[in-house]
Design a protein around this ligand. Sequence first.
Ligand code: NAP
Ligand code: ZN
Ligand code: ZN
Length: 348
Amino acid sequence: MKVHAYAAQDAASAVLPLDITRREPGATDVEMDILYCGVCHSDLHQAHNDWKNTVYPCVPGHEIVGRVSRVGPEVTKFKVGDLSAVGCMVDSCRTCENCRAGHEQYCLSFPTFTYNGQDKHLGGHTFGGYSTSIVVDEGFVLRVPETLDLAATAPLLCAGITTYSPLRHWKVGPGQKVGIVGLGGLGHMGVKFARAFGAHVVLFTTSPSKIEDGLRLGAHEVVVSTDANAMAKHQGSFNFILDAVSAPHDINAYLGLLKLDGTLTLVGAPEQPLPVSAFNLLLPRRNFAGSAIGGIAETQEMLDFCGQHGIVSDIELIPMQGINEAWARLLKQDVRYRFVIDMASLKS
Ligand code: NAP
Ligand code: ZN
Ligand code: ZN
């Protein structure tokens, strides 16, 4: 079935309209009309071939919220009319050690990502949420709390789970001093979750214009990271730091802020390697880690947590036609704090 979408045809051109083919729903498939799709910096990295693995045409989008329009005969979790959501993955092997443990994002056969993944059904590669509808096996479709604003919920499917998962894994909570680096889509969710989990939250930003927002979003303190004196005051004092920066930057400046056994976890995915000074890790015994999105069960847990605590993203709603301008602003760190596409603009 043909579906309207927006695609990048190569690494340099604008994103433009393209009709793509979706499969007819199979026995365990859910088809959903896409209402909103968040704009992740990964969409831009992928479309621009920053990670050197992009297959074109590339239809990005992995923060998808919609309404179920058709279900296969064996679907049990959803019925037509239900709210539904899809994040960064649409499938995995489901049998390996990591899948069985609920870590489908670390599937030993590699998960099928929502876009730029291998399409097991139609062949070719998968197309993401910059489109009017999508068909996904119900095992990878999430339930959306009815109480939340739907457009502001979309970014939870990537920015939300990518920050929630490491903060939970490293057991961030009361009595801990926690840093969040970079106030973009991921960073602002990191601030909200770290605050909700009871930590003392310090935001590091390169943008002085974001100080006020950082405090409003939940940070107890905001440090402008280009201010060497302000950075020096926090030396050796953090239990945990989450780095959500999209571009190359000096990681050693943040490793130095950790106390004994403290952990710096990278979720940002700059295209260039980040040099690490050995002595910044050795003294005093610090950990440098990484984390990718979260598993399906944990994504549902995060959505339910957000439903209970009224947590959503701070968004700027844009029409599909505004995507190229939004990407240009993302590259200038000018995002407050997630662009979300209103997919009604593509249907009309
Ligand atoms: P975003 O909204 O563009 O935010 C990135 C923020 O990083 C900016 O707002 C800015 O914050 C800071 N920044 C940007 N360029 C910088 C530079 N040159 N030096 C220092 N700071 C800079 O991006 P996002 O959507 O949150 O994504 C962030 C990164 O995470 C991307 O690389 C993305 O691909 C990656 N990601 C990873 C996963 C995962 O599973 N690990 C999932 C999703 C996304 P300030 O203005 O506050 O400095
Ligand atoms: Zn993403
Ligand atoms: Zn697997």
